[in-house]
Design a protein around this ligand. Sequence first.
Ligand code: PLP
Length: 358
Amino acid sequence: VFNFAAGPATLPENVLLKAQSELYNWRGSGMSVMEMSHRGKEFTSIIQKAEADLRALLKIPEDYAVLFLQGGATSQFAAIPLNLCQADDTVDCLVTGSWGDKAFKEAQKYCKPKVIWSGKSEKYVRIPAFDGLEQSPDAKYLHICANETIHGVEFKDYPVPKNGLLIADMSSNFCSKPVDVSKFGLIYAGAQKNVGPSGVTIVIVRKDVIGNARDITPVMFDYKIHAENNSLYNTPPCYGIYVCGLVFEDLLAQGGLEEVEKRNKKKAELLYNAIDESKGFYRCPVEKSVRSLMNVPFTLEKSELEAEFIKEAAKEKMVQLKGHRSVGGMRASIYNAMPLAGVEKLVAFMKDFQARHA
Ligand code: PLP
């Protein structure tokens, strides 16, 4: 099937086949990666290579730590304020969708977040001009969600924080294109969209801001503990890290993130063009300049046909096209691992469905 799920999502077939081929016996060790000590030489080599390959892919500068954590991106909504500010510190939030809103709400427990812009009243279809933003002069950081998975809104460039750090949730566009890491104080992402199975959360954080966690910070949320222990303070999600490592290796072999972005642009263009050229039969509400390359939400003019669309598509082996329960309609998630053939098939189906129902 072509799986358009938003996450956990489709992974590259060659990566899954490789994982399968070494499932019982990882490279002659006689053990599965699932059975290895996380402190043994075998797993040490796996996590070190995963980190080195991710550093190469994203060109991560030396003064940034890479952490492989657990707890999902959701845990970072709390870990970030606990590590980077005190209870009465202000932080700014630019809310361009549900995930940014969730990060803001969780931060309210740990500091004084301020929404400096929200797209909620317009149903999250755009990103504001950065020069009009009124940032708090004393904000410790500015938080954005680089790609809103539910609403399909993606930052194409980034605001510059007035004095604090720029922090981005990149869960759903991580490793989908090159990113200048040096613009950010911290980037975080759950793995389960573009780079691996759920259970791994990646944090890329500038080393000089590590070490300021509040006393009450749970040890599992303390970046300093994880950085000092190379993500091996406790038992990490070993198998997930291993699969992420295979994906990073594969992305490098594909020519790196410049090549990956080219392919993602081509797929997204094909799908958005099909929507825009349908004379209103299909509609994507997101402003063109900020449409996501990863998550494409769309509706049918005749909304009563949406269930039929999803059912017929599934029959044709295109699954998980239902929009998020909070917004309805359809959503095609076309992450790195979705082949062009999958998008071509979807577009052909959309044209045929329109011809039959227009
Ligand atoms: N942020 C974004 C942009 C997401 O898409 C998701 C999950 O879909 C999350 C955060 C939450 O991630 P997790 O389920 O890994 O906690």
